[in-house]
Design a protein around this ligand. Structure first.
Ligand code: F6P
Length: 323
């Protein structure tokens, strides 16, 4: 293994830069030349490769986003796109590739293998924390801390005005961000895709809060739930319960930016180094992860098969603490 490439793909996440840095520096440590592929699978098809040295990744561990850019690339999901990408990798004499991203990235990396035998190793990096094969994905810790900081501010104004807020958070079709941040902010309720929205119970919680003179209520709503998002839930609730003055906040892409937390920097560093080690050890089509503080390897097809399950004990906490 003399020349390896690294790319970032899908939605960016805080800690992507720290992972790139770890791959580049660990490649150099192992005597391997590292190339960055600019703009993910798009850059792979277009031959957009840049040589990366130790200095090029200085001062990026603390930066959000990704210095080598990212895309969602429908063009890659075709036979022609994949054959083109394989041709470009071969032209650059790339012996192995490190894919930094989430389930879409690993799904595409697995599909690609039927057209190209160059080994791929994945580094889990998405705010959604929805992959099997790692306790946490890079970016998740920063994202939930961003949500907590934002909702703490909302709580101040909600409390001053005696208002009910519905706060919508990201996560695609996973409720991990919503669940963990709801505990962190002391939300009155959380609605996630993994459990059916019990409207009656929600109304009961609100009514109980009103009766014991709660001055504010925060309901965290995961964007992907069958409830249809924060605006829809707020509308439905208002038709049955209109005592609180109600507002809706959609936090949106603020959750994807910002300087990564220390935990995300450390995950990114450990996983980036583990990915280089995996390629050097001859591993392929696997995602590196950390489970119980140990580095583990999970075949792409298993990592993407099902979401990281929700811990029912955590879900119960919000209910217990808001009662
Ligand atoms: O996968 C990360 C994520 O931020 C999801 O939580 C969200 O549903 C999606 O990406 C948004 O994607 P985009 O930035 O393409 O709108």
């Amino acid at each position: 293994m003399k020349r390896i490439a690294v790319f970032t793909s899908g939605g960016d996440a805080p800690g992507m830069n720290a992972a790139i840095r770890a791959v580049v520096r660990s490649g150099i440590y192992n005597g391997v030349q590292v190339f960055g592929i600019v703009l993910g699978f798009e850059g792979m098809m277009d031959g957009n490769f840049i040589s990366m040295g130790a200095e090029g990744v200085s001062n990026i561990i603390q930066r959000g986003g990704t210095i080598i850019k990212t895309t969602r690339s429908p063009r890659f999901h075709t036979k022609d796109g994949m054959l083109l990408a394989c041709d470009q990798l071969q032209k650059q004499e790339i012996d192995g590739v490190i894919a930094i991203g989430g389930d879409g990235t690993f799904r595409a990396s697995e599909d690609f293998h039927q057209y190209c035998s160059i080994p791929f190793i994945g580094v889990p990096c998405t705010i959604d924390n929805d992959l099997t094969g790692t306790d946490y994905t890079i970016g998740y810790d920063t994202a939930i801390n961003t949500v907590v900081q934002a909702v703490d501010k909302i709580r101040d104004t909600a409390d001053s005005h005696n208002r009910l807020f519905f706060v919508e958070v990201m996560g695609h079709d996973s409720g991990q961000i919503a669940l963990m941040s709801s505990i962190g902010v002391g939300a009155e309720a959380v609605l996630i895709p993994e459990s059916v929205t019990d409207m009656e119970h929600l109304l009961y919680v609100l009514d109980k809060g009103w009766n014991r003179k709660k001055s504010s209520c925060i309901i965290i709503v995961a964007e992907g739930g069958e409830s249809g998002g924060a605006y829809k839930v707020a509308e439905k609730v208002k038709t049955h319960f209109d005592r609180y003055d109600t507002r809706v906040t959609v936090l949106g892409h603020i959750q994807r930016g910002g300087s990564p937390t220390c935990a995300d920097r450390v995950y990114a560093t450990r996983l980036g180094v583990a990915a280089v080690d995996a390629l050097l050890a001859g591993r392929k089509q696997e995602m590196v992860g950390i489970i119980n503080n140990q580095i583990v390897y999970t075949p792409f097809k298993n990592a993407i098969k099902q979401h990281q399950p929700i811990d029912p004990g955590l879900l119960k906490l919000t209910a217990i603490l808001s009662s």
